[in-house]
Write a protein that binds this ligand. Structure first.
Ligand code: C2E
Ligand code: CA
Ligand code: CA
Length: 430
């Protein structure tokens, strides 16, 4: 899922994070409410931020705020449909606004995911930082003014910041829905596997040279009976809390491999592998067994790993991947350019593809410095004989740029959204 019309503010944006500023956000909120939109809002405060600033200095604090902004923006882009806006509304306060029509439960779930994401360790030059975020939620409706909504959120956040136990409060005074507690969702997840509520969708990948379909990336969705469709980010966060990542990964891999069995032979299947999967000592053997059982040709498989894999045990991860590569599977380094880009990893891992994060090509067409960085990365990929996939290609200009700069493949909403198995098969048989 993604926002097709995210609101990007040029003026008055916050120079440190590049997000909209408070006034900007208020103006946009006012506009939306005036148009009769239902606006879901989440105001986020960062507990412990002052202490971190004091202990490590403001440069460290700024780095952390920058990372918070990135995570927030990526969450919105990945999980929200319809228009949204991310803003830094105060020193250590952030605001997420969304016009997505969704239930109260759904917004609460999304907000919980945002807080989980921001609570994850933040690696910086000063060491790894941890935040303890709090949030206030509200649904603004026609007739509310932007000022009222922001005031109510501010007051509720103030209350949440003082509480150790509750991370989220509704600013309209209603209690957070206990029926949807984290524990309940975690319980639901195990059953979901058995009940067939987990679906694999496939996002087509194309060749830059001739626009030929080359394969697809499998992406997971949870069709929850009461909450509706839950995206991959939220799904994996729930699985992580419940310690069910391994089971979920295996379930998805099996579904995806089965689904891809009828594809024309020249199409590849890409599967995402979590750091959690790779850390398990018997992952290589178990995964190879699964591939064998489903009779999918290993040489048609690409495993996508992220740099996070490497934060844990590089030697083990690279050994596991090498074992799978020996059987013909290909390894892609995913989200390249989104994180730290530690180039050392490129030498340590047995890699075949580099998958450029969508932020790498987003604004490149109009920015000489971004273009220089992209070219340097492509030159390096070339030197290491890595094929490059451009991800998140949304415009023709981005596709043309990726092609002319030497990316071999691309994937993105410009050509195709993730789709169900049947729709993909239809496309493949063209
Ligand atoms: P990812 O591996 O980087 O997957 C690509 C994400 O970008 C997908 O989001 C996809 O829908 C989205 N996307 C594709 N094209 C565009 C575009 O043109 N514009 C924008 N804005 N977004 C685009 P999705 O499916 O929500 O997945 C989010 C993340 O969740 C994935 O990021 C991946 O890290 C994880 N994930 C998804 N499915 C699985 C899975 O089956 N297993 C594992 N381990 N992780 C998964
Ligand atoms: Ca991926
Ligand atoms: Ca990616």
């Amino acid at each position: 899922m993604s926002a097709k019309h995210s609101y990007k503010s040029a003026a008055k944006s916050d120079p440190l994070t590049g997000l909209a500023g408070r006034e900007d956000a208020a103006a946009r909120l006012g506009e939306w409410l005036g148009q009769g939109e239902k606006v879901h809002a989440l105001l986020i405060g960062l507990r412990r931020f002052d202490a971190l600033n004091l202990a490590y200095g403001t440069s460290a604090g700024d780095a952390v705020l920058g990372e918070v902004a990135q995570r927030l923006k990526h969450f919105a882009a990945d999980e929200l449909e319809g228009a949204w806006l991310t803003a830094r509304s105060g020193g250590d306060e952030f605001l997420l606004l969304a016009t997505e029509p969704c239930s109260r439960e759904r917004w609460q779930l999304a907000a919980g995911q945002v807080l989980d994401l921001l609570a994850k360790p933040i690696p910086t030059a000063w060491g790894t930082m941890r935040l303890s975020p709090r949030g206030a939620l509200l649904r603004g409706i026609e007739g509310d003014s932007a000022a009222t909504v922001l005031d109510r959120l501010g007051q509720a956040l103030h209350q949440a910041m003082g509480q150790a136990a509750r991370r989220l409060v509704w600013a309209d005074g209603e209690a957070t829905r206990s029926g949807l507690s984290a524990a309940q969702l975690e319980g639901d997840l195990l059953q979901a596997l058995d009940k067939g509520e987990i679906e694999v969708v496939y996002q087509p990948q194309f060749s830059c040279r001739d626009d030929r379909l080359t394969g697809a990336e499998a992406l997971a969705r949870w069709n929850h009976p009461t909450l509706g469709r839950i995206g991959a980010g939220a799904l994996f966060a729930i699985a992580e809390r419940a310690d069910h990542v391994a089971q979920l990964s295996q379930h998805i891999a099996r579904l995806a491999l089965k689904g891809a069995k009828g594809w024309p032979m020249d199409l590849r299947l890409s599967l995402n592998v979590t750091p959690n999967d790779l850390a398990s000592p018997d992952f290589a053997a178990g995964f190879a067994r699964l591939v064998k059982q489903t009779k999918f040709e290993p040489w048609r498989l690409t495993l996508e790993v992220t740099e996070q894999v490497l934060l844990a045990d590089v030697a083990h991860a690279s050994q596991t991947l090498a074992e799978l590569a020996k059987q013909g599977m290909r390894i892609a380094l995913d989200d390249f350019g989104a994180g730290f880009c530690n180039f050392r990893y490129l030498k340590l891992l047995p890699l075949h593809y580099l998958k450029l994060d969508r932020s790498m090509i987003e604004g490149v067409a109009g920015d000489a410095r971004d273009l220089a960085v992209l070219r340097a990365i492509l030159a390096m990929a070339g030197a290491l004989e890595l094929k490059v996939i451009a991800e998140g290609v949304e415009t023709e200009a981005q596709r043309a740029l990726a092609a002319s700069e030497g990316c071999e493949f691309y994937q993105g909403f410009l050509r195709a959204q993730p789709m169900g198995a049947a729709a993909f098969l239809e496309l493949a048989r063209g």
